[in-house]
Ligand binder design. Structure first.
Ligand code: ARG
Ligand code: ZN
Length: 877
């Protein structure tokens, strides 16, 4: 260990808390700069803890006012008080009442953890370790207590006073102040505590649960934004019903509240009965929100609501188990969206997203297992690996044991562990028990980082009428894990016959399951009675989060793109041919050879624009080419982002030439006339229309740009307007400059719309982008204290393949410098921004050296937060 290495927290070192806290009585007297918090805790030694241990409470930047035990104030030599810790060396051996008074400054809290102010309103964020910024506490998820919270504030500034649970009392506190008392009967860990106070507008509704409980629903927003809360409210009701029907889970309090705040580090937070949301995931109207915004709102409302059972009723024993609630809840929100919208489209979008974010993370220096074994800063583990790969692991479990056993396992989990703080082992044991299977090897998915690669060889024997599939798997080395064991990979297969229909699967003379379990380095299966040479459809429905390298030809994939009964693989097949061509184009560019053409890609992609295509949402996915990031990952090392960009542009130009007429016809056909509706079918129609426009405007083609300008000028909803602006933004033109100026003039006073405007400018491949981003940062639309602004401008720039990766290194230097400035204000967001470097090692040597310089500059800076220090150190490896 080097001297500057911080203390790691290790899973192996877990031990139960020496003390438990049964009840928490909080009295919070709000003041902008000196909020007084009195916490009265019923404490007792934990029978599973160490006898006679000291009581050590966590704190973070706290100012202690007083401590008392059973009403008797403690003098200074009985305690050891520091901003980050309060130690009582000799606490009573039996149960006692501890009263701690602290003073905090919500206005100075720019880290947005603990109690802070956002646009004048008070709000809290406690996950993972924010409660210790409110009062000294055993701030760990396995300490569950019943909370009663009295919130007191000035009537004028804080007419609304909220906390978890049910409202039990309100009253006048004199001096122009009032109070509210909230009681949450469900024992919970401190990270689920919340308090909100401010002058907020509210939208109300109600929901009657399956067993007849009448629940008041309230969505709180800034005054004047009430008309933008309707969709979120509707999504709450649909989520509640769905969880009853799909998982048998009912809501358990008299009120369910959602509050939208404008300063928020993440998407949203599942505090018991009082979900706090980033306002961009609540507020929507056709004039201000895109189809994507509506879809995100619905999914995130569902996600946080579903946490009420997977996270709140059953929580995590420690933060290593984060995927226990996050992977499972992502899985649940994916299922909700699949049932609500289109299942195949959702699967395709999730696979695209997993590859873009998680595969990228898994292939670089920040790779970690779904359940990490050590961390320096837990906030850096709210990652695509924990969330999205965590959801994939559960999906694989369902494929392996089947839907009925999966359902039985979930029911057992809820029955057995309600009210507990659990581990992944306890969760998986439920499925092992109901299925009678040994899931010991399956646990490797939680322990091993890295994306497995499965190499496939197929062989048809016409004489014997057999078709053999050989699958060889490897799991690559990742930081700290040089050697891997074979994973348990469910490979769902189909054999597509010459007429395009699936052939029956026969093995050993009997009907065989389409699920092949790859458990060894090499697995072979031979199908019998195969009358004609089939094409293998592998990993149907993306049955495992792996990379596949199969010996199928482009002809095979083009056949699958036309015929595969599995919609995911029909889409995937077209993507695979396009990706192969893009890789070949990059190689040709770098060797100064002519661009290799594959005209049949136009057949696969062009199917999207066929006049008889009715599933527009699906067709829009078919029409979308692999991203520059997809190509970079496929190439793997010595990546040249400029060559990838040029190759993709060349392919798009080629497709535009071949498909221009079909795309133009589709664009006309799909152009809206009716009123805007955010439903999935209407959104799909718009998405396909935009895909057609994107092709028509490839390379800044004048005719396409004219259409995009017309769409911008005539747009009757924000989806069309933003999509047109985005297409216009890709190439310099008068129309581009005019539309960007018009957008700012029209929407300059709406921060969420300015976020879109910032993002579009930060994400364009134009060489002037970095200068523009710097100018925007200095301008009035930017505010470094607001995470949404930072993510829209700096975060989007960090994801810009060619401009972040400028050959001169200026993009790296800018993101590194910005992360350092931001680190003084909000370390969590600064660490996220630095995540732009997660694939730097895969770059060609020139860029790699410049990226490394920038990272070394960050790592060497004095006074780094644990958040940024941890990312910089791990990225450098
Ligand atoms: N539990 C929240 C969710 O996924 C995320 C909150 C994470 N917050 C943080 N500061 N790391 O729904
Ligand atoms: Zn979550």
């Amino acid at each position: 260990m080097r001297a500057e290495d911080p203390q790691l927290v290790r899973l192996a070192d877990y031990r139960p808390s020496d003390f438990l806290i049964d009840t928490v009585d909080l009295d919070v007297r709000l003041d902008p700069v000196a909020t007084r918090v009195t916490a009265t805790l019923k404490v007792r030694p934990n029978p599973d803890g160490r006898e006679g241990a000291a009581l050590v409470l966590d704190g973070d930047e706290l100012k202690l006012v007083s401590v008392a035990i059973d009403g008797v104030p403690l003098d200074d030599d009985a305690i050891e008080a520091a901003p980050e810790r309060l130690t009582l060396a000799n606490p009573p051996r039996g149960p006692f009442e501890l009263t701690v008074v602290t003073e905090i400054d919500p206005t100075a809290n720019t880290r947005l953890m603990g109690l802070y102010r956002s646009n004048g309103a008070y709000t809290t964020q406690c996950e993972a370790e924010g409660f210790r910024r409110i009062t000294y506490f055993l701030d760990r998820p396995d300490v569950l207590a019943v909370y009663t919270t009295r919130v007191e504030g000035p009537k004028a500034e804080t007419p609304v006073l909220l906390s978890n649970g049910n409202l039990v009392e309100t009253g006048d506190a004199g001096d122009g102040r009032h109070f509210a008392v909230w009681r949450d009967p469900h024992p919970k860990p401190s990270y689920l505590f919340a308090l909100v106070a401010g002058d907020l507008g509210v939208v109300e509704d109600r929901f009657v649960t399956a067993s007849g409980r009448d629940v008041a629903l309230k969505v709180f927003v800034e005054h004047g934004r009430e008309d933008r809360a309707a969709y979120a409210m509707d999504a709450i009701k649909r989520s509640m019903r769905w969880d009853e029907e799909a998982f048998g889970r009912e809501y358990d309090l008299d009120v369910f509240m959602v509050v939208a705040v404008s300063h928020f580090n993440m998407g949203a937070m599942e505090n018991k009965g009082l979900n706090v949301f980033n306002d961009k995931y609540v507020l929507a109207s056709p004039e201000t929100a895109t189809d994507g915004d509506y879809a995100n709102i619905e999914a995130i409302i569902a996600h946080e609501y579903f946490h009420n059972w997977t996270g709140n009723r059953i929580t995590c024993r420690d933060w290593f188990q984060l995927c226990l609630k996050e992977g499972l809840t992502v899985f649940r929100d994916q299922e909700f969206t699949s049932d609500t919208r289109s299942r195949p489209v959702k699967r395709i979008m999730d696979a695209r997203n997993l590859r873009a974010s998680q595969f990228a993370e898994d292939s670089g220096p920040l790779a970690h297992p779904v359940r990490p074994e050590a961390y320096a800063e837990i906030n850096n583990f709210y990652t695509p690996t924990v969330y999205e790969k965590g959801a994939e692991v559960i999906r694989m479990l369902k494929v392996l044991i089947g839907p009925d056993a999966f359902k039985a396992g979930m029911d057992l989990y809820f029955d057995r562990h309600d009210g507990e703080a659990c581990t992944i082992e306890q969760f998986v044991a439920c499925f092992a028990e109901v299925s009678g299977r040994d899931l010991g090897r399956f646990m490797l998915w939680y322990r091993q980082a890295g994306t497995p690669t499965v190499e496939i060889r197929t062989a048809y024997d016409a004489a014997a009428k057999t078709f053999a599939i050989e699958a060889a798997q490897t799991v690559p080395p990742t930081p700290g894990q040089p050697v891997k064991q074979p994973a348990v990979i469910p490979m769902v297969v189909g054999l597509v016959g010459p007429d395009g229909a699936d052939l029956p699967l026969t093995v050993g003379g009997a009907a065989a399951s389409p699920v092949i379990e790859l458990t060894e380095p090499v697995t072979r299966v031979t199908f019998e009675n195969v009358a004609a040479r089939p094409v293998a459809s592998l990993f149907r429905n993306f049955s495992a989060p792996v990379k596949v390298a199969a010996d199928l030809t482009d002809d095979d994939y083009l056949f699958l793109a036309a015929h595969d009964a599995d919609p995911f693989n029909r889409w995937q097949a077209g993507q695979t041919v396009a990706l192969r061509n893009l890789v070949a184009r990059v190689a040709a560019l770098r060797a100064s050879r002519p661009q290799p053409e594959e005209p049949r890609i136009a057949d696969a992609i062009g199917r999207a624009f066929a006049p008889d295509e009715t599933d527009h949402a699906y067709a829009a996915q078919v029409a979308g080419l692999p991203s520059e990031g997809d190509v970079a990952r496929e190439i793997g090392d010595e990546v040249d982002p400029d060559a990838i960009h040029a190759a993709r542009r060349a392919l798009k130009r080629d497709l535009a030439a071949r498909l221009g007429d079909a795309a133009a016809a589709a664009y006309e056909r799909l152009s809206e006339t009716g009123a805007y509706s955010p439903d999935a079918a209407s959104a799909g129609r718009r998405a396909l229309k935009i895909a057609a426009l994107d092709l028509l405007a490839a390379d800044g083609a004048a005719e396409g740009v004219a259409r995009a300008k017309a769409l911008y000028d005539g747009a009757t909803n924000m989806t069309d307007r933003i999509m047109a602006l985005q297409i216009l933004s890709l190439h310099e033109s008068d129309a581009r400059a005019a539309a960007l100026a018009a957008f700012e003039a029209d929407y300059g006073d709406d921060p969420l719309l300015m976020d879109k405007w910032l993002l579009i400018q930060a994400a364009t491949p134009l060489p002037a982008t970095l200068d523009r981003v710097k100018a925007l940062m200095a301008g009035p639309r930017f505010d470094i204290r607001n995470p949404n602004r930072v993510r829209s401008l700096v975060g989007a720039f960090g994801g810009n393949p060619t401009q972040f990766n400028r050959a001169d290194g200026a993009g790296y230097a800018f993101v590194a410098e910005t992360a350092l400035v931001l680190d003084r204000i909000n370390p969590q967001v600064a660490a996220r921004i630095l995540g732009a470097f997660k694939t730097w090692r895969a770059l060609e040597p020139g860029r790699r050296a410049r990226a490394e310089d920038a990272l070394r500059g960050v790592a060497a800076a004095p006074g780094l937060s644990p958040d940024v220090g941890d990312i910089a150190r791990r990225a450098l490896g």
